[in-house]
Design a protein around this ligand. Structure first.
Ligand code: ZN
Ligand code: ZN
Length: 363
């Protein structure tokens, strides 16, 4: 556990959005949102932010010391046995419109809230309010994501030094997980994907107890979790001389990836950037082999906003951290994905991971 103390400016930014969301107070319940807002890293905590300056944080006895250490002095802190039961008395007298996270609060928890709050309080669905702010990373967050990406690169480099051919996908995956943890990662962002040959045609392939063969492609998609932030990257390696078909697929994906990367800057929507990669892959005759979106936001969670896909309506702005990961998946034959993690800057973007994208042979 590390201290991630935030200042109160995040709470103020939330407060500024409340009126537009039809709420007077926001009840913050998801672990990631509470952490982003308050710096508290424990599993039992809720926060209330009011347009009128209300700043309440509620936890239970187990987090007495931890919350004292992690919270900014701007938060009023309550230690209670039952978190939801504490909410009504913290709200303004005379009633309020209480925004809640309808994407996260369960039907059961909602029913309990309704019962606890009584008729003076109206519950207003307000999911996504904090996520929209979280999508834009500040300098400290950028540093953490960069550090996670650098660690992940170093770990894969070490693992590749032990070779690929003859080891099973599962062995390589476990080696990579262990190496990231050994290098200081607090967790993996997700279980690494190690997928050789035709298995690479499954975008979310599970590593198998099957030895990796020579002269094929191996998709490796991995990320480290460090100091509360995730990284995400994919490289596809050759294990020797390739079938020309496989090499051609690799080259198309690389061309699409470089072109889409070039389009990442403030202004275009996720849909616009997705279309750049899709045009190249479609033009090469692989339209039906690129069935997922181009990329996604990365931060405390490995999949968050904004999305780069046909559904991506959010325009990119400086501070967005997104992946650019086109792929071609030919069922039963071959799969290639190349993924970079990038931050949108004032005049373009910076790539946060550092491994080469030239087709590299690892045997
Ligand atoms: Zn990935
Ligand atoms: Zn990804």
């Amino acid at each position: 556990m590390s201290s991630t103390k935030t200042d109160m400016s995040r709470a103020q930014r939330v407060a500024d959005l409340l009126d537009g969301a039809g709420a007077d107070v926001l009840l913050v319940t998801s672990e990631h949102n509470v952490r982003w807002l308050t710096g508290f890293t424990g599993s039992s905590g809720i926060a209330l932010v009011g347009a009128d300056g209300l700043r309440e944080f509620v936890t239970d006895f187990r987090y007495l010391s931890q919350s004292a250490e992690q919270l900014d002095a701007g938060w009023e802190r309550r230690i209670v046995p039952d978190l939801p039961a504490a909410v009504p008395e913290l709200l303004p007298a005379g009633g309020a419109r209480l925004g809640f996270d309808d994407a996260q609060v369960t039907v059961k928890a909602h029913a309990r809230l309704v019962e606890l709050l009584g008729e003076d309080v109206t519950l207003v669905p307000a999911a996504g309010l904090i996520e929209g702010l979280r999508a834009i990373k500040d300098a400290a967050e950028r540093e953490r994501i960069q550090a996670a990406a650098t660690l992940a690169d170093a770990a894969l480099t070490e693992v590749l030094g032990r070779g690929l051919v003859g080891r099973t996908e599962r062995e390589v995956g476990l080696d990579l997980e262990f190496t990231m943890r050994k290098m200081g990662a607090e967790a993996v962002s997700f279980s690494p994907i190690i997928a050789a040959g035709a298995h690479g045609a499954l975008p979310h392939a599970e590593p198998r107890d099957v030895a990796i063969l020579a002269n094929t492609l191996v998709v490796i998609d991995w990320g480290a979790q460090l100091d509360g932030y995730a990284s995400d990257c994919t490289r596809t390696f050759a294990t020797g001389e390739l079938d020309p078909r496989d090499e051609e697929v690799y080259n198309v994906v690389l061309e699409a990836q470089l072109a889409a990367l070039d389009a990442v800057r403030p202004g275009p929507t996720g849909k616009d950037v997705d279309a750049v990669a899709r045009a190249i892959i479609d033009g090469a005759g692989h339209a039906e082999h690129f069935g997922h979106g181009l990329g996604h936001g990365v931060g405390m969670e490995v999949h968050e906003g904004p999305r780069l896909s046909k559904l991506g309506t959010v325009a990119l702005v400086p501070g967005h951290v997104v992946t650019v990961e086109p792929g071609i998946y030919v069922p039963g034959a071959v799969g290639v994905r190349i993924e970079d993690l990038v931050i949108v800057t004032e005049d373009g973007h910076d790539v946060l991971n550092g491994l080469s994208k030239e087709l590299t042979v690892v045997d």
